[in-house]
Design a protein around this ligand. Structure first.
Ligand code: FAD
Length: 415
């Protein structure tokens, strides 16, 4: 294969790479996507947030997704010890989308990838980025190897690294730094559900809190399969005996609510285990490159923020590159890193406060405060850049303060 030159090289054809590619292509910027796998391919991350619908809409990717009739996600349910907390996105504080989807990612990501190809983006599958050299002006030369082991070079003015857990540039440029999130792991698979409970019960996305720090996700898809998985401290997940299937079978007993529905349903694949999944980097941009999606940062699945963060950062990086290629000045520190990290910081607080128990106190408090609920609901819908929302602007203090208040109220109810 001959060496090629493009304006922008995108590594990875997940949602982050596809949204970035669709935007750049729409602006007439020559873009090449290199994807290691053959699509469709499995990846975890199946519960989306309403905020990401804006990104698909803006880049012309919404209609192809709508046509797939994915299961609609209009909110989320949290369960713990017989207590229930329902969030309804139509009641959120920030205006914006009030639904999204629950998606089997193989199908979802392939739909996006095929659509950008239709739009005219050059996408190569089964080709892997193995080496990147970026000069002091930001121009890069990237080595790509195909399945036959043959390599070629791509010269680009800019690289977007959307390689997810492949984390190509963090590895090659030594950008990794330890995550401050506690070490957690996940174990998950899909099951076929020929007979689901009737009505919304059968299709509702639910997070069942089985111990203070371990929870089960149940994500039904419109194709009749359901994703199930546990997340918890790595040593807790490891403490279950046997192989992955035996561990997951045993763990299902932790869910009083779901055990009868889920037990004895054959696993559609040997459960996957991802250990210590949280990732962080020293910087999410540099001369000639930007990291987007999971390649930049991954916190925790508890609030389903991964894909939304991937599309938010992919779209913003593409917009800033477009400005730069049009010879406008871009302040990457301020316009990219600071903006993206603001949203990440909000989610980080919610993830941390979930595992400290403070957020669970608020969610499961018997006296509901509709204003607080609508403001937290906006965060859970992915609207984490809306500073008019006190639960965004004062995320650090407010969750703790409200948790203290509800604790006092709960104690006074008990006395
Ligand atoms: P990906 O979708 O991972 O795509 C990256 C692509 O890059 C892949 O196709 C890969 O093959 C390709 N690639 C990798 N290396 C190379 C290379 N060297 N050369 C070329 N291509 C390469 N997010 C949610 O929004 N909702 C959830 O419910 C959710 N649940 C999760 C549960 C768990 C247990 C975990 C660990 C994560 C979860 N996530 C969830 C996060 C979600 O998986 C990611 O945030 C999301 O997939 C990121 O999208 P992306 O486009 O950045 O990367």
């Amino acid at each position: 294969k001959n060496d090629i030159s493009v304006d922008v090289l995108i590594i990875g054809a997940g949602p982050s790479g596809c949204v970035a590619a669709a935007y750049l292509n729409g602006k007439g910027i020559s873009t090449k996507v290199v994807e290691k796998n053959k699509f469709p391919r499995f990846v975890i991350g199946e519960s989306l947030l309403p905020r990401c619908m804006e990104h698909f809409e803006e880049t012309g990717l919404l209609d192809c997704l709508k046509a797939k009739n994915f299961e609609v996600k209009a909110g989320a349910r949290f369960l713990k010890d017989g207590m229930v907390c329902n969030f309804d996105f139509s009641k959120k504080f920030t205006s914006g989308w009030d639904y999204t989807w629950q998606v089997p990612r193989a199908d979802f990501d392939n739909t996006l990838a095929q659509e950008i190809i239709k739009m005219g983006v050059d996408v190569s599958f089964e080709e892997q980025v193995t080496e990147v050299n970026i000069d002091e002006t930001g121009n890069s030369c990237t080595n790509v190897v195909n399945v036959e082991g043959k390599s070629y070079k791509i010269n680009a003015k800019f690289i977007i690294d959307s390689s997810g857990f492949g984390r190509v540039l963090p590895r090659l440029l030594d950008l990794d730094k330890p995550s401050v999130i506690p070490k957690h792991s996940a174990i998950y698979t899909h099951i076929a559900e020929t007979e689901r409970p009737k009505g919304t019960e059968g299709t509702l996305i639910t997070f069942d809190v089985v111990t203070d720090t371990c929870w089960l996700w149940v994500i039904p898809f419109s194709n009749g399969t359901t994703s199930i998985g546990f997340v918890g401290p790595s040593d807790f997940i490891e403490s279950f005996k046997g192989n992955a299937a035996e561990k997951l079978t045993e763990m299902l007993k932790l869910s009083e609510y779901y055990y009868d529905r889920l037990k004895e349903k054959p696993f559609l694949f040997e459960p996957h285990i991802i250990k210590d999944y949280s990732k962080a980097v020293k910087s999410i941009f540099g001369k000639g490159f930007a990291l987007t999606g999971n390649s930049a940062e991954f916190l925790d699945p508890v609030f389903s923020s991964g894909v939304t963060f991937a599309t938010e950062s992919g779209l913003l990086a593409a917009k800033l590159i477009t400005k730069q290629l049009n010879n406008e000045k871009v302040d990457w520190e301020k316009e990219y890193e600071e903006y993206i990290m603001k949203g990440v910081d909000v989610f980080r607080t919610y993830v941390n406060e979930w595992y400290t128990g403070n957020l669970q106190k608020i969610f499961f408090h018997p006296i509901e405060n509709p204003i607080i609920k609508s403001q937290i609901c906006s965060v859970l819908a992915g609207y984490v850049w809306d500073e008019k929302n006190p639960f965004v602007k004062n995320h650090n203090r407010l969750v703790k303060t409200v948790a203290q208040y509800v604790e006092m109220e709960r104690e006074s109810l008990l006395n």
